[in-house]
Ligand binder design. Structure first.
Ligand SMILES: [Fe+2]
Length: 341
């Protein structure tokens, strides 16, 4: 089926749901998460609550464009997306309304939700340093800052500075080091690159395993996905690569979220809040961890995931993720100034 046909069908479903009473028996979900395991997550919500989910999945940019065009008539109840930087962009466009939920406030640590309740983090991802096991010792790389050491000249692979993951990492660096030192860091890493930035996180891991470079930075779930793959060739990539949690003796590993907020014009507000509360339930939290290799945002929950277990408990950056959003423009300027690409 073509994309146009799928879009048409989804639009038709929305038109139908809009025509129905706004009775909170259904929920219109706009999502830029694209993980297969999320299917089970949504199905379970419907099983528990009887609330049917009409889902529109598209890229972040396409969703934002659509929501802008729909304006006050948007049928969207909830926007789900990854990275605090993207949630911040949606917040800046005035998409969200504040939610006060004692349950969400109790379940989600304060630094993983927007201070006014405009959006909430539901799962955690951290940028690990990944290295070729035969060529690098983990102890040589205690921090993100150590990537600028001249010994890594020509040995680092990185993705582009337009990647929201790198923008948010820079947002954290700015907050901890100040803009001048953060720019020096970007310059130092750029000077150590083995090649121009390109590809996604998985591509960086493949490049390290293939010997094109010795080091990179990746979100943990890309590594875990390879390590837990059913394909031997993917497991082989993970076997060649070691990963470490940086900055354990300083500000902690950079942590970002996947999250969601209730839309300003949500026709089914009550259902939308129920959905957010469901995402913070033990069951939904386990889906994130076991299905997509993300850490639960809820503290102390036991999860079954051998790769995350092997990484162990770690010191997380305590910065409120909303700061990563606020620092996006400054982060982009720094990457541009050093011509990171
Ligand atoms: Fe990702």
């Amino acid at each position: 089926m073509s994309v146009i046909a799928i879009t048409f069908i989804i639009s038709t479903i929305f038109a139908a749901s809009q025509a129905m009473a706004q009775d909170n028996k259904s929920l219109n979900l706009y999502s830029s998460r694209h993980y297969q395991t999320d299917e089970a997550l949504y199905a379970n919500f419907t099983r528990h609550t009887g609330i049917r989910i009409n889902r529109l999945e598209a890229s972040e940019d396409a969703l934002i464009e659509r929501i802008r065009n729909e304006g006050a008539r948007s049928p969207a109840d909830v926007l789900v997306t990854v990275d605090a930087g993207r949630l911040w962009r949606a917040e800046q466009l005035g998409f969200f309304q504040p939610v006060q939920s004692p349950l969400l406030e109790a379940r989600i640590p304060e630094n993983y939700r927007e201070p006014n309740g405009l959006w909430f983090g539901f799962s955690l991802r951290t940028r690990l340093i990944a290295y070729h096991k035969a060529k690098v010792q983990a102890a040589e790389l205690p921090t993100y800052e150590s990537l600028v050491d001249p010994q890594w000249k020509g040995r680092i692979c990185m993705r582009s500075s337009t990647s929201i993951y790198n923008l948010s990492l820079m947002g954290a660096m700015i907050s901890h080091l100040g803009e001048a030192a953060a720019e020096q860091w970007a310059q130092g890493v750029k000077a150590n690159l083995a090649r121009d930035p390109k590809g996604g996180d998985t591509d960086q891991l493949k490049s390290v395993a293939a010997g094109e470079c010795d080091l990179t930075v990746t979100n943990q779930y890309y590594y875990a996905r390879l390590a837990r793959s059913g394909k031997p060739e993917e497991r082989e990539i993970a076997q060649k690569v070691g990963v470490l949690l940086p900055n354990q003796a300083s500000w902690g590993a950079h942590v970002n979220i996947s999250g969601a907020g209730v839309m300003k014009h949500a026709p089914n507000r009550e259902a939308a809040v129920k959905f957010l509360e469901y995402l913070a339930s033990d069951q939904a939290q386990r889906y994130f961890a076991e299905g997509n290799n993300e850490w639960p945002v809820v503290v102390g929950l036991k999860i079954d995931n051998p790769v995350l277990a092997a990484l162990g408990a770690f010191k997380q950056d305590s910065l409120n993720v909303a700061v990563l959003g606020r620092n996006q423009p400054a982060a982009q300027k720094i990457y541009d100034r050093v011509d990171w690409k």
